[in-house]
Every structure is written in C-alpha cells, then in structure tokens.
Design a binder for this molecule. Structure first.
Ligand code: PMV
Length: 330
C-alpha cells in the first residue's frame, strides 16, 4: 500500500485568513492566502473503499463519501491514504484541502484526459464543505485551496485582482451569494508565521457568538463594517506590495476582533510575543483558540518568540500553489 502502488496522488494547500473573518459572514470582504503546508491523498486499487485503513463511512468521512458518490460511484473500490502537515481543526483549512485533493484525484480517475477544472472543482469542494458543516460554509477555504495564491471573497465584485466566479449556497438561514477573486501580490521577502494555541474552539460556536452579540446590540454592526473597511485597506496595500501597511492593517483588524469578543488570552499572548519582530499580527479564522498569524521579515525570530510564549509554529511564504496532481494514471 502507499504511494508506490498508488494510481493517483494529489495535493492541496491549507489557508490562512489575512483580513475579514467574521465580517465576511455579513457581506464584508475577506482575504485568504494559500499556505505552504499541504495535504496529500494517494489512491490505490483495493478490494473495498477505505481511508487510512478504515472502511469509508459517511459519518466519519462526509467529504470523501460525497466526492466518491459524485465521481466514482460505480468504479472499482480504492484505498485512500491521507498525509500532510496541515494541523486539523485549527482554522487552517485542512478539511477544504482534503476535499480539493480528493476531488482532484477522483475527477482525474473518472476523466483521465481532462485537466483540473478549477471552477468545477472548487464548486464541488465548497458543496462538500457545506455538506459536512450542516449547510453553512463560505467558499473561502475551498477556493483558496483549489486556486492557490491569494483569494478575495466579497458580496460584490471588487476592483482588485481577477474575478473568478460567483458562488451560491442555500444555507439554513437563506440564500447566500459570494463573488470570488484571485490575486497575485508582488513578491517580497516576507513570511507568515502561524502560531497554534492548541485550544479547540469550533467555528460554529464562534460565529453564533457574534450573531448573538449583534442581536443584543444591533448598532455593533458598525464594528463589522469597520473590519470591512480595514480589509479593503489591507487588500489595497497587498496589491501594491506595501507589506508594512499590510501588517499595520492586520494589527488594526485584531483590535476590532478582540472588541468583538472572538480573541482569547492564549491568542493575545502569542500575538503580543510576535509583535516586536513582526509587521503585524492577528488571530486567523474563527478565533477563541486555533491559530494566530504574524507577517514578518524575520520568520526565525518571530517563530521563536511565539514558541517561547507556548505556541506551536509553522512558517509559510505568501501565495502558494493550489491543488495539483502529483502523480497520475497517464
Ligand atoms: O476557522 P475557519 O478557518 O473555518 O474560519 C472561519 C471564518 C469565519 O469568517 C469566522 C466564518 C466563515 O464562514 O467565513
């Protein structure tokens, strides 16, 4: 078993949100980047469908089951092996990377002559995410993992980067629409250091907490709009390659996220530790736990400072490649 007998191997990156988490739920723009850390799936012929040695099961593997039913329902069974360096359940998009990599591998097996259809695959990966999260998922994780680079999601077409597609989803709260754009920011010697608190805080609870806060005090929508304004400013700086201004906007975004109540003492202590050696730092993803991100020109120093404060770190450049086939049947 494993890669030596695999007929197809595909990999996809995790993601990190630079600006706009939570506010994106209310229509404001958000910016995510594909990170260096990837998830790899290898598929080999087998007697029964399995994932890392256990039988394929809709409860345990909702993303994979949905993708298999779509593309390989009547195909001979296969064994899937999943590996990689994206920590799971920490806001770095490991489940979307799983959908993207498995989707690319299965789509290739069902249509070996066709290349990766990124639009179709990201739509599928988004549906698989929504299927696994009771109908609630923005397309941010799936699109970033499939497209790579930098992805901007908004409720309207933004005048930056390249508009890619519109995504629609019927959620339990009604119809949602997102405009998805791709960006290629100017290259520079800057890095992201991701600091994992190791604290588990489910995204759904964090999102519900913000919804309750807004229900209790509707005027707090101004805080959401302020995050949107900072995201637009940070995005403009990113397009220009002004990384000092990007870092500054990240730190401002963090102040608003903290006021909104989605930070945590663990996140604050890692962000504080990163501050002296970085251009800016904030929580990334839903907050309450999970990861923070620092933008830095000295990743070694920033990483050491975060580790000293008790975080587990990963270092990544900005804007890595999206989903790809690493080995294919032809
Ligand atoms: O924790 P993550 O990486 O799943 O990010 C959640 C981002 C939110 O804006 C809080 C929710 C969402 O659906 O966009």
């Amino acid at each position: 078993m494993g890669e030596e007998t695999a007929v197809v191997v595909a990999s996809a990156p995790g993601k990190c949100i630079l600006f706009g988490e939570h506010a994106v739920v209310y229509g404001e723009p958000a910016v995510a980047v594909a990170i260096e850390q990837r998830l790899t799936v290898s598929m080999s012929n087998a007697g029964t469908w399995s994932v890392d040695g256990s039988a394929l099961d809709n409860q345990k593997h909702p993303h994979i089951t949905m993708l298999r039913n779509a593309w390989l329902k009547d195909a001979p069974p296969m064994a899937l092996h999943v590996s990689g360096d994206i920590p799971s359940a920490s806001g770095l998009g490991s489940s979307a990377a799983l959908s993207a990599a498995v989707g690319a591998a299965m789509h290739h097996l069902s249509n070996p002559s066709k290349g990766i259809d990124r639009d179709g695959l990201s739509a599928f990966a988004h549906r698989a995410e929504a299927h696994a999260q009771e109908g609630r998922a923005s397309p941010m994780d799936a699109s970033t993992s499939v497209e790579g680079g930098v992805v901007v999601v908004s409720d309207r077409k933004e005048s930056v980067g390249r508009w890619l597609y519109t995504r629609r989803l019927t959620t339990p709260e009604g119809e949602r629409t997102w405009e998805v754009h791709g960006l290629k920011p100017p290259e520079d010697e800057v890095y992201l250091v991701l600091g994992n608190t190791g604290v588990y805080a489910p995204t759904s609870q964090q999102v519900a907490m913000v919804a309750q806060a807004l229900e209790a005090a509707p005027s707090r929508i101004q805080e959401i709009q302020a995050i949107g304004a900072i995201a637009r400013r940070g995005l403009a700086a990113l397009v220009k390659g002004d990384y000092e201004a990007v870092g500054h906007a990240m730190s401002e975004n963090q102040l608003l996220l903290r006021n909104l109540g989605v930070s945590s003492p663990e996140l604050e202590s890692l962000i504080q530790a990163a501050a002296p050696s970085s251009l800016g730092a904030k929580l990334t993803g839903a907050g309450g736990g999970g990861c923070m991100v620092a933008l830095t020109r000295d990743p070694k120093q920033t990483s050491e400072a975060i580790e000293l404060a008790g975080g587990r770190t990963l270092i990544s450049s900005i804007g890595n490649g999206g989903v790809r086939l690493d080995k294919s049947v032809n």
